[in-house]
Design a protein around this ligand. Structure first.
Ligand code: PEP
Ligand code: MG
Length: 572
């Protein structure tokens, strides 16, 4: 294909220049035949893919990308979906294993793609990826992809694990991704944004005709791909890429600067973590401590409630790097999408579930107090809904402190449901601090599926969600307790700015988001944030709220503002 501009949909911001590396889909014409052997091979390939996805999820978790790791872990679980497996098994009796895998997965993907809910439809790519990966395991090994210099990978579609793999591919320096189909809400797009890989999707079948190794300029902000670009376009691409690299360095260089607004209000910048690696990444990015330590992630495969010693063993290495610093340890948040096998089918979640098993809760509280002696400990309870719950836990916490021989640490309540927001005043009166979990709050407020992708800029900017944050802000101020936000929205600059305006004094987010949030806080006037946030509560929709927030960030240096506005939560 000679000079051409392909128009698609922006999925991950940033500009990249590189050589095309075209990924051809393996044709489903694998050798062999159907039968018992094919059936066993196909099912074994699905098991192997599940193990591989779990391994990659662990690697992402170590990098501080917990939410992205959960996407892959969920896809690993999909490989054990009995309906999919039965279909694969039945087909493989008649056709070769690789074909059975592709057909069954593609059929499931087609069913999902036809659903009216765009979020569910976007999972179709994940199912196709499963089939593709499993089929690939049965095919002849192909030589690893290679290219001299930076590469832009061109493919029909990709799944989230493939995106993560491409970023790590040794022989390939991948700078961007261009897809013929795909969607901006897919897990692959979320992964690309988290990994900082520019991506355009929906570029159309014409994309697949680009020449392997030809020069491409990808504009992930506008969803454009320039094939064999003219000199001026290529020069623009190269200089933009260099400018973005500089910007990343500028943001990172601000790590030693305090997170204080222009009018002198300090905001505590904390990180969310589940592993020691995430804690270290957060501290390296300038976090003052941990605002949310998720303890359930270590026990998602458990067959029984973890005992005190198991908790200590899991916690000690994670708390070790936090000596002398704030560590907010949340008790187990089992239930819903975080249900270990032994709790399968349980209808309750969070602290309600723990209070149905007080011995398990007491064991965890003792473990937290034992492991947390060298840190500034706070204990946080998930999905709190009533002050009675706080009273019950406080009694257990007192007993635990007496048993361990330490002082009773501050006890906090998460505000994650509309009910908790409505009761914020009474919860604040009973708690030592409040923490808003926007991931759940967005889903419960807007009636979204718990499995929907991460809080996006538009869902979390909904005035109905902001009004719940405002209730918590008023309650915390009235009683004089600290208020933090620890959901994904705390890592999205315009939303973080509004949260500060609503009285939030602590922002806890993924380590990778800290540089931008610090820049946003430093560019903000807290007084302006307060009036903008108040006005936003009466806005008709998220778009109006975001327009206000953009004005708030207008005092940031031009370069930083542009980058901050562009990255993070671009999902519509
Ligand atoms: C939240 O719901 O925003 C939160 C931080 O908790 P989790 O994501 O662990 O449910
Ligand atoms: Mg939650």
């Amino acid at each position: 294909m000679s000079a051409a501009e392909l128009r698609g949909i922006p999925a991950a911001g940033g500009v990249a220049v590189g050589r095309a590396v075209v990924l051809f889909e393996p044709e489903a014409e694998a050798g062999g035949a159907g039968g018992e052997r094919a059936r066993a091979d196909a099912l074994a390939a699905l098991d192997a893919v599940a193990a591989e996805l779990d391994e990659r999820a662990d690697a992402l978790r170590r990098e501080g990308l917990a939410a992205e790791a959960e996407i892959l872990a969920a896809n690993a679980l999909m490989a054990s979906d009995p309906v999919l497996r039965e279909e694969v098994a039945a087909l493989a009796l008649d056709v070769p294993a690789a074909i059975a895998l592709r057909r069954a997965a593609d059929r499931h993907a087609a069913l999902l793609a036809a659903l009216p809910d765009p979020l569910l439809a976007a999972r179709a790519a994940d199912v196709s990826e499963l089939g593709r990966r499993a089929a690939r395991r049965l095919a002849e090994p192909t030589p690893p992809l290679q290219a001299d210099g930076p590469a832009i990978v061109v493919a029909r579609d990709l799944g989230p694990a493939e995106v993560a793999e491409l970023r790590d591919a040794r022989a390939l320096h991948v700078r961007g991704l261009a897809l013929a189909s795909g969607s901006a809400t897919s897990h692959a797009a979320i992964m690309a944004r988290s990994l900082g890989l520019p991506m355009a999707v929906g570029l159309g079948d014409g994309l697949l005709a680009v020449e392997d190794r030809g020069t491409l300029v990808l504009d992930g902000d506008r969803g454009r791909l320039y094939v064999e670009p003219d000199e001026a376009t290529e020069a623009w691409g190269r200089s933009t890429m260099a400018w973005e690299e500089d910007l990343r360095r500028t943001l990172a260089a601000g790590r030693s600067l305090p997170a204080v607004t222009r009018d002198g209000e300090a905001v505590a910048l904390l990180c969310n973590a589940g592993t020691a690696a995430e804690v270290k990444a957060g501290l390296a990015a300038g976090a003052e401590g941990v605002g949310l330590l998720r303890t359930e992630l270590a026990f998602l495969e458990a067959n029984a409630w973890p005992g005190e010693e198991e908790h200590v063993q899991a916690l000690a290495p994670v708390l070790e790097p936090l000596r002398g610093r704030l560590a907010t340890v949340r008790t187990l948040d089992f239930g819903a999408d975080k249900t270990p096998p032994f709790l399968e089918g349980t209808p309750t979640r969070g602290i309600s579930l723990l209070l149905e098993h007080p011995d398990a809760l007491a064991a965890q509280l003792r473990a937290i107090l034992r492991a947390g002696q060298a840190v500034r400990l706070r204990v946080l309870l998930p999905l709190v809904e009533s002050r009675e719950q706080l009273r019950e836990v406080r009694a257990l916490l007192h007993d635990a402190a007496a048993a361990v021989g330490v002082a009773v640490p501050p006890l906090g309540a998460m505000i994650e449901t509309p009910l908790a927001a409505a009761r914020a005043r009474e919860l604040a009166a009973e708690a030592d601090f409040l923490s808003i979990g926007t991931n759940d709050l967005v889903q419960y407020t807007l009636g979204l599926d718990r499995e929907a992708p991460l809080a996006t800029v538009r869902t979390a900017a909904d005035p109905a969600v902001l009004r719940h944050v405002a209730s918590a802000g008023v309650a915390a101020a009235a009683v004089g307790v600290a208020l933090e936000v620890c959901g994904e929205a705390a890592g999205i600059p315009p939303l973080a700015a509004l949260f500060v305006g609503l009285g939030v004094g602590e922002l806890s987010t993924a380590p990778a988001r800290l540089d931008e949030i610090r820049a946003a806080v430093r560019g903000l006037s807290a007084a302006q944030a307060r009036s903008a946030a108040r006005a936003a509560l009466d806005d008709p929709d998220a778009a109006a709220v975001l327009a206000r927030a953009e004005v708030l960030l207008s005092e940031l240096g031009d370069e930083i503002r542009e980058a901050v506005g562009r990255r993070g939560g671009v999902v519509a």
